[in-house]
Design a protein around this ligand. Structure first.
Ligand code: NAD
Length: 275
């Protein structure tokens, strides 16, 4: 299966559907990522704070898949923000992953209380210049954080990775990103299993109509909205289910009904409160 790619503002492109490893036990990561690669995923999303970069790296090495066929993202944790620590933190992530470069490196949270995301971004620009990072971006940045970054740098983030699912679509951030050529990555795309999306009649009904599961309908909604996403599952059957979404299409009424489910239903912390 060829996954569509999204063109980024820096000339690179990213597979629109990938596999995320938040809360994947480090002891199980190698096996779970190996399963995901066998299922067909080629885009992996990890972070220093997940504690499982080594497992991701081991699975990549054991897979034998040529590096250029893979897309790997990792993220800088908040306590590594600042000019002095970014390079060291990046080197350590790269070493844990066992890679010579990552495709995408993200500032994990703006952490406005630290007031360091602008200097951190300038260090990211240097990293990109070194060739060990193809693209740089941000995560959990809302409009005020993006406005400040754009005001103090000439490099526009390639992506903003934000909590986004039918009950929490962040329309203001998504519109700002679109206007400035920043691709949206949707984390918690299935509501992390915390928001009862799958039981909503708009989603369950579309699933029944297409002979697909509610999770597949939500993933399809994201794809048709143009989001990049990487749902997580530790179960191989669900990994395969979440990847089997390219043989049907939601009609406009179905898309509109799901888009109308916006409830400001955030399942995680507000970005201004994460330090
Ligand atoms: P998700 O929305 O992908 O939900 C994952 C949960 O949904 C699973 O644990 C499982 O319980 C359930 N699920 C998965 N497939 C299913 C299926 N087919 N049927 C029924 N239930 C299913 O949530 P997530 O893992 O938090 O988000 C995806 C990825 O986004 C993460 O793994 C991580 O890579 C990234 N992420 C980033 C941030 C950030 O701050 N940047 C925060 C959270 C997650």
């Amino acid at each position: 299966m060829t996954v569509p790619r999204i063109q980024l503002n820096d000339g690179h492109s990213i597979p629109q559907l990938g596999f995320g490893v938040f809360k994947v036990d480090p002891k199980e990561t190698e096996r779970i990522v190996a399963d995901a690669l066998e299922v067909g995923y080629r885009h992996l999303d990890t972070a220093r704070i997940y504690g499982n970069e080594e497992g991701v790296g081991r699975a990549i090495a054991a897979s034998g898949i040529p590096r250029e066929q893979l897309y790997v993202t990792t993220k800088l944790w908040n306590d590594d923000q600042g000019t002095a620590s970014v390079h060291e933190a990046f080197d350590a992530s790269l070493e844990r992953l066992g890679l010579e470069y990552v495709d995408l490196y993200l500032i994990h949270w703006p952490s406005p209380a630290r007031d360091r995301y602008v200097e951190t971004w300038h260090a990211f620009e240097e990293l990109r210049g070194s060739g060990r990072v193809r693209s740089i971006g941000v995560s959990n940045f809302l409009v005020p954080h993006l406005e400040r970054l754009l005001g103090e740098s000439d490099v526009v983030p390639a992506v903003d990775q934000i909590e986004l699912h039918p009950a929490h679509q962040q329309p203001a951030t998504a519109a700002f990103a679109e206007e400035h050529g920043i691709a949206i990555e949707a984390w918690g795309p299935l509501g992390q299993g915390k928001y009862p999306l799958f039981e909503l009649p708009e989603i369950a009904g579309a699933a029944a109509a297409h002979g697909k599961s509610p999770a597949q309908v939500v993933i399809r909604w994201h794809l048709q909205r143009g989001h990049i996403l990487f749902p997580k599952s530790s179960t191989r059957a669900r990994m395969a289910e979440n990847f089997d979404v390219f043989d049907f299409e939601l009609g406009e009424p179905e898309m509109n009904a799901i888009t109308a489910l916006e409830r400001e239903g955030r399942v995680s912390a507000h970005p201004d409160e994460v330090n």
